[in-house]
Design a protein around this ligand. Structure first.
Ligand code: HGY
Ligand code: MN
Ligand code: MN
Length: 399
């Protein structure tokens, strides 16, 4: 808990927590995590894309690894457990192994992924995609709000993007991936359970939509002559909500919107907003995304607004491996807790790592299911149960 508090202090937001990819705050947080990994008996380093990677050798050097971890970046004005709890808990498990001088028939790697949230560059899972070898080099040209590309930001950070292909893990090097993470939802609290085993991670489709109308004087242009981009966007936002409300296995969000030129007395000429549609069912998500396209096109045609829809990212629903879920469930029951399986509405690095290894996730109850918000909170007792289950899973892991 103290380590999550310590990481929360590395923030660009006075009085709150915002830590984005390749920021000075992420360097400071990475330094702290490197130190904790080394104290726990691991070889620890920053990899070419800025992941913090710790390795604890098995009974012999060079054995394939059970990969653990989570992400170290945060959303804006975030909570302090989303991501961080998984990294800190995994390090603690290795620390207990090392203190007992225990070496397992496999190595253990703990990864603090550099960019799972995608806040700075809009594209997510950069660290885990690099590890999985699925990061298209073109993505490195993506620019942040200040116009800096990922490649430039990496070089500024002292990293060389040329070495990113070298960090790809070969499938034989990774026995499995297991991530402890807060639930970010209300189920465990409703079920009065401290932990739960994830069955699958919902897929997501992310879009960037740009509407171009005509800026003009707010006082002189009659309403029937306007091409107001923000009024059109408002209709689009409600369309996303309506499409997503149509099926209980769907969620849809417009999380970010910007109107330009952004003056009180100017009709907005251009608007850009994001769309995030998710579902455990890929066919449902794809159908909803197609309906969003159709509706937005109809609205813009009716209003004589130019439209550009850019696909940002799409990930299919990612099932956790039954053989890993079973081992997690055994470890949960060994703590005297009923083992409940539940889906993850939130995305996680396991979606990317799944390309090279089977994945499993252990959820820890969080208060009111609140997350991506400073009120995100867990109890010390639930954190303890989560770490104990993770430790038991690692200690008895059979590949
Ligand atoms: O957006 C998500 O689901 C995750 O928190 N990045
Ligand atoms: Mn998150
Ligand atoms: Mn997360």
């Amino acid at each position: 808990m103290q380590r999550c508090d310590a990481l929360a202090r590395h923030s660009e937001l006075p009085g709150g927590l915002t830590r984005v990819f390749l920021s000075p705050e992420s360097r400071a947080a990475g330094e702290a995590v490197l130190g904790w990994m080394r104290e726990a008996g691991m070889q620890a380093r920053l990899d070419a894309i800025g992941n913090v990677v710790g390795r604890y050798e098995g009974a012999r050097a060079g054995l394939p690894c059970l990969m653990l971890g989570s992400h170290l970046d945060t959303v804006r004005d975030a909570g302090r457990y989303d991501g961080m709890l998984g990294v800190v808990s995994a390090i603690e498990c290795v620390h207990v192994l090392n203190t007992a001088g225990r070496r397992l028939p496999f190595s253990v790697e703990v990864v603090g992924f550099g960019d799972e949230e995608g806040v700075r560059f809009g594209t997510t899972l950069l660290g885990s995609r690099a590890l999985a070898g699925t990061l298209d080099p073109k993505v490195l040209e993506t620019r942040d709000a200040a116009g800096k590309s990922i490649a430039e930001a990496l070089r500024d950070f002292g990293l060389d993007p040329c070495f990113i292909p070298d960090i790809k893990k070969q499938a034989h090097e990774v026995l499995a991936y297991a991530e402890l993470h807060i639930e970010q939802g209300p189920v465990l609290e409703a079920e009065r359970l401290p932990v739960g085993v994830v069955s699958a991670i919902n897929g997501f489709t992310r879009l960037r939509v740009t509407l171009r109308g005509e800026a003009g004087h707010a006082g002189t242009v009659p309403m029937h002559l306007r091409r107001d981009a923000l009024a059109a966007a408002a209709e689009c936002v409600l369309a996303v909500e309506k499409i997503s409300k149509a099926h209980r296995e769907l969620v849809g969000t417009v999380g970010r919107i910007e109107a330009r030129p952004g003056a009180i007395n100017v009709i907005p000429g251009e608007v850009q907003f994001t769309v995030d549609v998710r579902s455990p069912e890929d066919h449902l998500r794809r159908r909803a995304s197609a309906s969003v396209h159709d509706e937005v096109k109809r609205i813009c045609k009716d209003r004589n607004i130019e439209l550009r829809i850019e696909p940002l990212q799409e990930f299919g629903s990612s099932a956790c491996a039954p053989w890993l879920m079973a081992q997690l469930e055994r470890a949960v029951e060994a703590q005297g807790v009923r083992a409940l399986r539940l889906p993850s509405g939130a995305g996680h690095d396991g979606m990317a790592i799944k390309q090279i290894a089977d994945i499993a996730m252990l959820f820890v109850r969080c208060k009111g299911g609140i997350s991506h918000h400073p009120a995100e909170s867990i109890t010390e007792e639930d954190a303890r149960v989560g770490a104990a289950v993770l430790f038991d899973f690692i200690s008895n892991f059979k590949s």
